[in-house]
Design a protein around this ligand. Sequence first.
Ligand code: GMT
Length: 377
Amino acid sequence: MRVGITVYPSYGGSGIVGSELGKELARRGHTVHFISSALPTRLTELNESIHFHEVEMMSYPLFEHQPYTLALATKMVEVAEAERLDLLHVHYAIPHSVSAILAREVLRAERRLPVITTLHGTDITLVGADRSYLPITRYCLEESDGVTAISEYLKRATIETFGFDRIEVIPNFVCGEEYRRRPFPELRAQLAPRGEHLLVHVSNFRPVKRPADCVEILARVLLQKLAVRLVMVGDGPERARVEHRARSLGVAEACTFVGKQPRIVDYLSVADLLLLPSEHESFGLAALEAMACEVPVIASRTGGVPEVVVEGETGLLSDVGDVEKMSADAVALLRDPERRQQMGRRARQRALERYSTDLIIPRYIAFYEKVLTGGGA
Ligand code: GMT
């Protein structure tokens, strides 16, 4: 198949999932054309099966805001024609579905170009449900030839908000070969020079991730006289506030902000626990990647997280914002290495049993085939 994939290139899990999906499709003999404003973050290599088409934006003084949605639709039309695409698969509804549906309509007289929309989270729970975007998001859902969601929770949320239920749940996935625990003594020594325990947080530091809760947890764990350090991986709008909070709590010395990193797996490989205290999370890809690296997860019981992290088995869950409970959970696991390691092993087992690429990518391919033969979700 020749598949056009559109993602947000630099921000968030939907871009990661779309990029990884493209790479996995290419590995299985399909040709993938990424159509996006910039090269997606995890797309490090282009070859005869993976191509990238940059959306070009014309600026004109009359345009107060450049009409990206239209420029994207134009590029989709061009690429679909030139590369004879079989379908467009867009990740995150706003505005990618709008562009894809427009492109499909432009080409309607010449060729069929089915549009598949994958819902990831805030496209439904925040952005799509906002009054200003609600009707257009509903239109995109109804007009897509197929719609997938990354968790049962997100499917339920979409039904509740939009009354739309033609949705196939295809969860996020992880490659167990790439995401596995490897000894990494140099990095461990660099991050924990005195052999401290390592708490790791990975996110794009948006308010919805509540990254400041991580330093609150660190402060409480340190009060229990445990030798521990916190590694904050990623960057985003909340970072300065979190750094400030770490200084106010007097824990800045025990905290390292490493910024955006190309190899998240290295940091997960040296982690003892992952902290995911999000306000909201429709899946929690960071939790899945940590689990594949045998890292138990301390997370909020929110959205789709309980589908991924099994309470008491692969991690421990708390109410959103309950940093007292999260720190108590972290202390309990750090003091009990046997339980922690057992949980880590169980976490990897669950990650591979339910979410490995070998299970999930064929489901996307089957869904494409179903849509191509005229039977979307
Ligand atoms: O909703 C967002 O935060 C945007 C979206 C993204 O593009 O990063 O994140 C969502 O998609 C990820 C990949 O499918 C999921 O793992 C995240 O849980 C989800 N984020 C939220 O629901 C907040």
